[in-house]
Design a protein around this ligand. Structure first.
Ligand SMILES: [Zn+2]
Length: 139
């Protein structure tokens, strides 16, 4: 019997969701070193073809931009902080910034953050559980 307690990744670029070593995956150009999220055949930076290789992204980065969300879908707690971070070594990822007050005075552009992984608060219709990722201020 297969184990049925594995979490599913909430997005396709979250790897190893069912283990204690999850990570975000990007694709790196072996010609110019540019890193992108998601699979692609051609480099958007130098236009090299067929040079994109999967790469494990860093769990450390810096806040690039954010917005405080005050209205969302029913059942989603607001306000929350929607953020875009630049990861060390490349890769730009969007996600929610947690463990910080959703107030502009508390959030600094460029502040160091880390990626954390948590079980998603909701199951899907089939009762599957998901692993998701968040950003939080680096301590
Ligand atoms: Zn390239």
């Amino acid at each position: 019997m297969a184990e049925e307690n594995g979490l599913l990744p909430v997005v396709s670029f979250l790897k190893n969701a069912d283990t204690d070593d999850p990570y975000l995956e990007g694709h790196k150009c072996s010609e110019c070193g540019a890193v992108f999220l998601g699979e692609r055949d051609n480099c958007s930076s130098c236009a090299a073809r067929g040079k994109m290789k999967p790469t494990r992204l860093s769990d450390q980065g810096n806040l690039y931009v954010y917005s405080i969300v005050h209205r969302s879908f029913p059942g989603i707690d607001v306000p929350y902080v929607s953020a875009v971070v630049d990861l060390e070594g490349g890769g730009t990822v969007k996600g929610n910034l947690i463990n910080i007050d959703p107030e502009p005075e508390k959030i600094e552009m460029g502040m160091p953050i880390e990626v954390v992984y948590q079980k998603a608060p909701r199951k899907d219709k089939e009762g599957n559980e998901y692993l998701t990722y968040y950003f939080q201020p680096r301590s």
